[in-house]
Design a protein around this ligand. Structure first.
Ligand code: FAD
Length: 529
């Protein structure tokens, strides 16, 4: 059971303290708990689960950071096995069907069809020229090639120092061959700008346009969804609910409303945490899933930061862009509204993601470069039972932090009229984008509210309201320090900054971090999961 720190405080002796109850922290907690460690998980939010949590208002429920997850087409994939391992089989996933993403450029729609052969066939229908057909084959081959080459790169992060010394560079080298701008790799594959824009349309899933993103990230993301999208039955909060007993039944404890204000360091060793209320909890292992920037800037004492030159590390990476999300509620069922399960990606019809992003970053009134629409009530087969006669939609776009800094420091829900006006204007623009594709929804919205990067900062503690932790640039993938072990003894990192953004990335980070701590290859624990 999850406890509230406001009502009850931890009293036990713990082998490990984990900061944050997102999927990275929770997965690390499971691996440690299953190896006999007693873990204490401290979460500052009043709701556990990090980006897997949902929020409820006015009789609706919305997920905030899980719209689809891939790799459930076979029981033997890493993602499927990991979820069985951490939830002990409690969590079930619903298939989104034959099409998981729809790329919409003006009035032209390109479906991403489930199954790589179907994907290729559908793309070839859209791009029938022989040259393009060959490029589509080559693209898919490149995705698999890059993915395969990356396995060693991520494995290296879990290795003990001696093994890293011997084979670390070799393991990294193969993966880093693909650490090139996505645009550059695409230019080797095709000169067709339309085809390139369609094939890179999922860039919003990692937050960077093709010239800025690493092909390592792009290939990981694209391959992840090749065999379709899946949604947790019961909504994304089921993820935490199903993982939690695996930890608590093994003596672990999880507290919400439990904000860590400092990681305590004695000599060069992390020994405990200080809470916002001043209480101190000690353990021989401290693991932070709060992200590199929060861990080093907010939680470690300044003296340690200087002594270990952690600023040098921070200077080499940057936060990802922020986002706004418009949460819509309808007093009509999904069926009545004619909603489908596939996500929409709505773009300007010039097929130039980079140009569109640049223009929008310069000018907020420029055309919105990407609008992502997700239909959670259509994806969840239990929705109609849980919320009869209702439906929800999430609409997301990128939002640079500097557009919101003037309200930083104001209070949630009391940020001022100008903030509300800016939100209203953007909400209307996003709704119009939705109506351009689903005109029957006009006049049917019963509730809407917009989150901004300030909301992400307030609830999830990302310092610049960043959407995906650290940005997935080439520089990021070059950094050896983005690994569980930190320069402070007994302090480890986990979560999306250690591997990559995404449910899959956060899951993998849990296993990588626990393996690094215990100096064991824990992937073999998945064999019987
Ligand atoms: C809008 C959006 C949509 C997304 N859609 C998808 C999707 O469809 N599919 C997919 O695979 N991925 C998606 N993602 C990405 C995915 O949700 C994340 O990559 C993943 O959940 C991150 O997990 P994490 O554990 O690393 O971090 P988080 O979930 O952010 O967990 C970190 C936790 O640490 C806590 N914390 C921070 N500071 C402190 C402190 N001082 N004391 C105590 N606790 C603290 C935070 O409150 C938080 O709960 C999406 C993300 C967003 C934002």
């Amino acid at each position: 059971m999850v406890k509230s720190y406001k009502k009850e405080k931890p009293t036990g002796n713990y082998d490990a303290i984990i900061i944050g109850s997102g999927l990275g922290g929770m997965t690390t907690g499971v691996f440690l708990a299953k190896e006999g460690k007693k873990v204490l998980i401290l979460e500052r939010h009043y709701t556990p689960g990090g980006f897997t949590h949902v929020f409820k208002r006015r009789g609706y429920e919305w997920d905030v950071g899980v719209h689809y997850v891939g790799e459930f087409h076979r029981d033997s994939t890493m993602v499927a096995a990991m979820f069985r391992y951490i939830t002990e089989g409690r969590l079930k996933w619903a298939d989104m069907g034959e099409v998981y993403d729809k790329m919409i450029f003006g009035t032209t729609v390109y479906d991403y069809a489930k199954g790589v052969d179907n994907f290729k066939a559908r793309m070839k229908e859209y791009f029938p020229a022989p040259k393009d057909q060959a490029s589509i084959d080559l693209y898919v081959d490149k995705i698999y090639e890059a993915q395969k080459a990356q396995q060693g790169y991520f494995m290296e992060k879990a290795l003990p120092d001696a093994a890293r010394f011997i084979m670390g560079n070799n393991l990294r080298k193969k993966g880093l061959k693909y650490n090139r701008p996505t645009s550059e790799v695409m230019a080797d594959i095709t000169s067709n700008k339309k085809l390139t824009a369609v094939l890179t349309g999922q860039f919003g899933d990692y937050g960077l346009p093709p010239t800025e993103s690493s092909f390592m990230m792009h290939s990981a993301l694209v391959k992840h969804y090749f065999n379709g999208g899946y949604y947790p039955i019961g909504g994304s909060s089921k993820i935490f609910e199903c993982v939690e007993p695996t930890i608590t039944e093994r003596g672990g404890e999880i507290y919400t409303n439990a904000e860590v204000s400092e990681i305590l360091v004695e000599g060069n060793k992390a020994v405990g945490v200080k809470m916002k209320d001043g209480d101190i909890y000690k353990a021989p292992l401290i693991i932070s899933s709060a992200g590199l920037r929060v861990t080093y800037n907010q939680l470690l004492p300044q003296g340690i930061k200087e002594k270990k030159n952690l600023q040098g590390q921070l200077d080499k990476v940057k936060p990802s862009v922020g986002h706004v999300c418009l949460y819509l509620g309808f007093e009509h069922s999904t069926e009545e509204l004619g909603l489908q399960k596939a996500n929409y990606w709505i773009f300007p019809d010039n097929y130039d993601h980079d140009k569109n992003i640049k223009e929008y970053l310069k000018n907020p009134d420029a055309e919105i470069p990407v609008v992502y629409v997700s239909f959670p009530s259509a994806k969840d087969p239990s929705w109609d039972e849980r919320y009869p006669g209702k439906a929800t939609i999430d609409i997301i776009t990128l939002a640079p932090w500097d557009r919101y800094t003037k309200w930083d420091g104001t209070r949630w829900m009391k940020r001022g009229e100008d903030y509300n006006e800016a939100k209203e204007k953007l909400s209307q623009r996003l709704m119009e984008k939705l109506f351009s594709v689903e005109p029957q929804l006009r006049g049917k919205i019963s509730h809407y509210e917009l989150s901004t990067p300030l909301t992400t900062k307030h609830f999830a503690n990302y310092m610049d309201g960043e959407l995906y932790g650290l940005d997935h640039t080439l520089e990021r993938f070059d950094q050896k320090f983005l690994r569980p072990k930190t320069p402070v003894k007994n302090l480890y990192l986990t979560g999306q900054d250690v591997v990559t953004v995404g449910v899959g990335g956060a899951l993998a980070s849990g296993m990588v971090t626990a393996s690094a701590i215990l100096k064991k290859n824990l992937s073999n624990r998945l064999k019987n999961a």
